[in-house]
Design a protein around this ligand. Structure first.
Ligand SMILES: Nc1ncnc2c1ncn2[C@@H]1O[C@H](COP(=O)(O)OP(=O)(O)OP(=O)(O)O)[C@@H](O)[C@H]1O
Ligand SMILES: [Mg+2]
Length: 259
């Protein structure tokens, strides 16, 4: 579905990513773990065209994505959430989801000005689809659809970001630390939501960057471990967690931090 080959990213003297290759299959959930600064968000930024890699290539269904601007990458079928919230806090929950659909609707500036009919029709259609989508992601969010996004509790905001990304009907969904700022109960609810999203969309592929090991142990089919921009391991959680280098680089260090 999606792959990266030999991805390297330099910022001045810093090598944020060194020769990382990965593969994501259709319908697969790939977890990405690693200490702070390991290059996890950098990888998502490369895949979504926000960063242009110093070298290496990204492929989606056999097409090379390098050099394609990020808004076009969304219409190719890759949607994401960000590590820090990027909702339009003054707009309603529903409007935020409608904006997420923007890449799918065809009305451009021309239509908006000269053929209002089509733009209006698409807006009404987008609103109806956005409502359905919200209902599917979270009944609770749906009930709050007319509230300003900025009034939502943190956990609901993160949920809304996922709904907004899904609104573009992606083939690949990338989540950057979806559980950050959540307590255990919120994280459990988030895991249920993600399971429901996958069950409703068996073809959807996902990459999830996470620090919460309960989520990493439960959801991904496979976990890729990054450390200092390098790939340390890639495999089922039960396998990678036993690799001494992984324990030392991440699990051990994290355990030490939490001790
Ligand atoms: N735009 C940038 N300019 C300069 N350096 C950057 C830039 N983006 C990332 N880096 C550097 O690249 C390295 C990897 O950063 P990245 O944000 O990918 O880490 P991460 O694994 O997502 O960490 P975290 O868990 O803290 O989110 C860090 O050293 C970071 O400072
Ligand atoms: Mg990050």
């Amino acid at each position: 579905m999606l792959s990266g080959e030999g991805l390297t990213m330099r910022f001045g003297g810093i090598v944020a990513m060194a020769e990382v290759s990965f593969e994501l299959r259709r319908g697969e959930i790939l977890g990405i773990i690693g200490p702070n600064g390991a290059g996890k968000s950098t990888l998502l930024n490369i895949v979504t065209g926000i960063y242009r890699p110093s070298s290496g290539e990204v492929w989606l269904e056999g097409e090379r994505l390098n050099g394609i601007p990020s808004h076009r990458i969304v219409s190719r079928g890759i949607a994401r959430t960000f590590q820090s919230s990027r909702l339009f806090t003054d707009l309603s929950v529903l409007d935020n989801v409608i904006i997420g659909r923007h890449s799918r609707t065809r009305s451009g500036v021309f239509d908006a000005i000269f053929r209002r009919g089509r733009a209006d029709r698409e807006l009404a259609e987008s609103a109806a689809i956005a409502e359905e989508l919200l209902k599917g992601v979270s009944r609770d969010l749906f009930d709050q659809r007319h509230r300003a996004a900025g009034e939502l509790p943190q956990a609901d905001r993160r949920r809304l970001e996922i709904a907004r990304a899904l609104a573009s009907e992606p083939k690949v969904l990338l989540l950057d630390e979806p559980s950050s700022g959540m307590d255990d109960a919120d994280t459990d609810a988030l895991m249920d939501d993600i399971r429901a999203i996958c069950a409703a969309r068996p073809e959807l592929s996902m990459m999830i960057i996470e620090h919460d090991m309960r989520l990493v142990a439960a959801l991904p089919h496979r976990v890729m471990v990054l450390d200092y921009g390098q790939k340390l391991a890639d495999g089922p959680y039960e396998e990678i967690r036993r690799i001494p280098r992984v324990q030392e680089a991440y699990l051990g260090r994290k355990a030490a931090q939490h001790a």
